[in-house]
Design a protein around this ligand. Sequence first.
Ligand SMILES: C[S@@+](CC[C@H](N)C(=O)[O-])C[C@H]1O[C@@H](n2cnc3c(N)ncnc32)[C@H](O)[C@@H]1O
Length: 345
Amino acid sequence: MKETTDKIRADRNRTLTVTDIERKKFSKNLLRINSTKPLLTDEIINKTIFGDLIAALDNLPEGFADLIVIDPPYNLDKDFNGFKFKSSDNNAYLEYLRSWFPKVVRCLKSNGSLYLCGDWKCTSALQQVMDENMIVMNRITWQREKGRGALSNWKNGMEDIWFGVKNKNDYYFDVESVKMKRKVIAPYKVDGKPKDWVETEDGNFRLTYPSNFWDDISIPYWSMPENTDHPTQKPEKLIAKLILASCPVDGIVFDPFLGSGTTSVVAKKLNRNYVGVEMNEEYCIWTEKRIEQAEKDKSIQGYVDGVFWERNTLNIQQKSLKKKELETIKKKQSKSIITTANLFD
Ligand SMILES: C[S@@+](CC[C@H](N)C(=O)[O-])C[C@H]1O[C@@H](n2cnc3c(N)ncnc32)[C@H](O)[C@@H]1O
């Protein structure tokens, strides 16, 4: 059988492609829900569920997820590979959210966390539906640069991510795992020594705790290996922060609007389990291909050496990685020298 890819790309374009053979193979991995039988956690864990969320929700187990990441259609006209989401007034959009949000919250553990994404236009409806169903802990604003400016309005350069929990006295949050490595602007010294920062050959850096304003994350683009043709794909770096902070290792992350699979892929890379629902088969297939790739390559652009780096620091990140690799090789070599020496003791 002759293999064809859906698109011919330019040499340096790393956007995901899928062959017909792969499409058949990955399609077989998908979990299709065709009965009203309740599903067990064991049946859905580490699966991509292909189907309509609204139909699937009543069958999903209660309280299975440590973390839920929701990136729903925003209140905009958008074509998701044939499924056309139509913008409506705020009340109608709020009713749309109310039709599924409480059922999604039902899937969260009593000590779990949930993040809900949106833009300036739908954010008030998002806050309202969060308030109605859980405790709102914070609103993260992601500085999201894309596209040309508008002629008669301010260009949109941000998105919100609402953070909520079921119990504000009992939820998982690991802030140490989401520290940021930032260039020091005012290198303050005490007794001639750097105060809370380090001098390196590439500049002065400080490790800081993250705030609720995220300005270090770019949108995936054609030269990045994580890029797909999905119209609203989230960056792996953004999802990595949510998962590291709010889901323990080996926990379960649930994404009810999976799209190109970013949440499941990042969960896999960070040793968490995943469950995702997506109504478009082609997107489910892209997800499966990305998950397979994640078995071999667990790297997440911008997250290197256990810390999050600022934008435009790729060269320094690569240097840091090489340095670490060399150190590991040296350690291994010195171990094997010691072991060999022991043979002659
Ligand atoms: C904003 S996108 C999510 C993008 C995703 N975060 C990513 O990184 O690729 C929303 C997705 O929800 C899917 N969707 C919309 N309504 C749905 C429904 N009722 N059931 C399942 N999927 C749905 C769309 O096909 C679309 O891919």
